[in-house]
Design a protein around this ligand. Structure first.
Ligand code: ADP
Length: 652
């Protein structure tokens, strides 16, 4: 028997392995199974080039639990190791066997599992003792037994092993007894090994019979060795992609909207399938995530920093041996390969969307409401994506017609340009509440967009920045005549004093509410508009809306909601009110000059005679008019609404 010290420079790496190396202890199983699969794939490669003769026989990898002995064993029928190889690959842990193999069989190595770091040694995270029994495929090689109890000392001796391959036996630490439970191991195998390229067996298949679970003769195979993403797109039908989607997310009932098959081997290696899911509620968004694999070994479903943030909303898998897995998350972002991968995925997604749009615009439009959020999120956060997406991002009008911004601009160019050359896009986020405003706009032949998405306001601000002389205005933000000013505003014949009298009369009757402010103004809008109506400044409202989603904008969020109450002096009812105003002459005493100190002589100032207009005895009518304005913009509720109804009956 040989004894020796594990060849690392530091005295004892085991406490390091146990405590610091991996925060997830469970990944030991992934590492050992990866090695077993690796050894099996290597054997298949050697057989394909004729270096291993004859039938390979059973190549399944098996995982077994022995509860009495408290062991967990991973067995393979791969290439195995000779005593020299155990010495080289296991004892000299700094040396990587995979690297040597890759150099030797460069063209045939796609299937070889990449590096995860200390690999085999992660077994010590959960074991007090680890044994290797290995029989190399090489002729005349003796089987070897290696054993180590978690310190730098190991023993190595010849042994007899009937079959080619390797058994790794873990004597599980009492602390980690959960790894001796079938359910735990099956769960981990399903998580990490679901799509490995070599069959993994764990126990026997079970079936429900007469209310009991019975074991069948057949082995329980955990994985699908040819998952859809590893196959050629030309071999797959839409149904296959849908089937795979449900294989990935067994609890997902909805079908995906469409998929993108990723496949690139230069300058980095990446395969995968991304799905655009149908998202019903916000809750769905993060339930199923993109899964990251490395040569069919599951790594993580935290792909932030690898794919752009807006694409993390997609579903599917990405498989790449070129994503560094043992670096910190923040480092990932600056890794060159990761940057390229992220860029490639963005481009592929954008190209696929462009292709779908071109192929069938109506079909694309049907899906638009479901995919809008991804695309808008992408356009807002990724300039390169914006450049491509602007050609297929759609706007939807109140008749349910879709158009790209460029197409839409052509549609409204004739009618919706104001006297200063600004193209004005009208929109509503609530067609019911804005009904009267919409009707007035339609009467003038204007088109109104429906913009009720969470990101619509952000997207319109972006479109305004990118398109000169383009403005989006919500239909209730001013009178339609002011929103698209065609000629100079109409004038009325009243004096400023008369209008001031009218303004004051309305002002005194406005409802009071916290965080709500009304400003009153007079405008000769049009005889067919409402006598009094509300508008809300587009800029302030939009800033407030955006502050809800954006950091650093809370200032706007705290501002009170403000509305303009516009008195339409062109309306006959208002004209009648002005005619009822009474005027009186008042002397306006100048206010004393506050800069004068006591004792200083005040210069005599002239008193001014002013005409002041008043409207009396009309309060009920004014209240009624204010309420109509509130009602028309959906703001009259509760007690105020009841009062309005009663007052209406009385007035009749
Ligand atoms: P890595 O797999 O990253 O090279 P490991 O520490 O997991 O690192 O394994 C070291 C080497 O030991 C492997 O490269 C391989 O040559 C050898 N090895 C490990 N497990 C097996 C196995 N089950 N069968 C054959 N060789 C193995």
């Amino acid at each position: 028997m040989a004894k020796g010290n594990i060849g690392v420079t530091s005295d004892n790496i085991f406490p390091v392995i146990k405590k610091f190396l991996y925060s997830d202890h469970e990944i030991f199983l992934r590492e050992l199974i990866s090695n077993a699969v690796d050894a099996t794939t290597k054997l298949k490669t050697l057989s394909s080039v004729g270096e291993v003769k004859g039938d390979l026989g059973d190549t399944r990898v098996r995982v077994c639990i022995n509860k009495e002995k408290k062991t967990l064993t991973v067995s393979d029928h791969g290439i195995g190791m000779t005593a020299e190889e155990v010495d080289k690959f296991i004892n000299q842990i700094a040396f990587s066997g995979a690297e040597e193999f890759v150099n030797k069989y460069k063209d045939k190595t796609e299937a070889i599992i990449g590096h995860f770091g200390l690999g085999f040694y992660s077994a010590f995270m959960v074991s007090k003792k680890v044994e290797i029994f290995s029989q190399s495929y090489k002729e005349d090689a003796k089987a070897v037994h290696w054993s180590c109890e978690g310190d730098p000392e190991y023993t190595m001796e010849d042994t007899i092993k009937a079959e080619r391959g390797t058994d790794i036996v873990l004597h599980i630490d009492d602390e980690f007894s959960q790894y001796l439970e079938d359910a735990t191991i099956e769960g981990l195998l399903k998580k990490y090994c679901k799509f490995l390229p070599v069959e993994i067996a764990f126990g026997k298949k079970k079936e429900w019979k007469d209310g009991k679970q019975v074991e069948l003769d057949e082995e329980n195979i955990i994985n699908d060795i040819n998952p859809a993403w590893t196959r050629k797109p030309s071999e797959l039908k839409d149904e296959d992609y849908d089937k795979f989607y449900h294989e990935l997310y067994p609890t997902q009932m909805e079908e995906p909207l469409f998929h993108i098959h990723l496949n690139v081997d230069y300058p980095f290696n990446l395969t995968g399938i991304l799905y655009f899911p149908k998202i019903k509620t916000n809750l769905d968004v993060h339930r199923n995530k993109i899964q990251l694999y490395c040569n069919q070994v599951y790594v993580t479903d935290e792909v932030e920093n690898i794919v752009p943030e807006y694409l993390t909303l997609l579903h599917g898998v990405i498989d790449s041996p070129d994503i560094p897995l043992n670096v910190s998350r923040s480092y990932l972002q600056s890794d060159n390969n990761v940057k390229k991968i992220s860029g490639y995925i963005t481009k592929k997604v954008a190209d696929k969307l462009a292709e779908l749009y071109k192929a069938d615009k109506d079909e694309f439009a049907k899906k638009w409401d479901d995919i809008k959020m991804f695309i808008q999120f992408g356009m807002l956060t990724d300039e390169k994506f914006y450049e491509k997406a602007k050609d297929f991002a759609l706007l939807k009008n109140l008749d349910g017609k879709y158009a790209t911004l460029e197409e839409y601009k052509d549609q409204i160019r004739e009618n919706q340009v104001d006297k200063d050359g600004n193209m004005v896009v009208l929109y509503t986020n609530d067609p019911d509440a804005h009904y009267t405003y919409i009707e007035r706009a339609k009467k003038k032949g204007y088109d109104v967009l429906l913009m009720d998405g969470e990101l619509d306001v952000h997207c319109m601000s972006q479109a305004e920045q990118k398109n000169e002389k383009l403005r989006f205005v919500r239909i209730d933000s001013d009178t339609i005549e002011n929103l698209i000013k065609k000629e100079d505003a109409a004038k009325d014949t009243y004096t400023d004093e008369q209008k001031e009298g009218l303004r004051k009369a309305f002002e005194g009757l406005l409802p009071e509410a916290e965080k709500l402010k009304y400003y009153v103004s007079c405008e000769a809008t049009s005889a067919d508009a409402l006598p009094v109506f509300l508008t809300q400044n587009e800029f302030m409202r939009r800033m407030k809306e955006m502050s809800a989603h954006q950091q650093g904008m809370s200032f706007y969020g705290q501002m009170p909601d403000s509305y303009n109450l516009v008195i339409n002096t062109a309306h006959p009812l208002i004209q009648e009110l002005v005619n009822k105003e009474t005027s009186e002459q008042v002397e306006e005493k100048p206010t004393p000059d506050p800069s004068l100190k006591g004792g200083e002589e005040e210069k005599p100032q002239e008193t001014v005679i002013k005409t002041v207009y008043k409207l009396e005895g009309e309060d009920e009518r004014l209240k009624q008019l204010i309420d109509i304005a509130l009602l028309a913009s959906g703001q009259l509720k509760g007690e105020a609404l009841a009062k309005f109804v009663n007052r209406s009956v009385e007035l009749l």
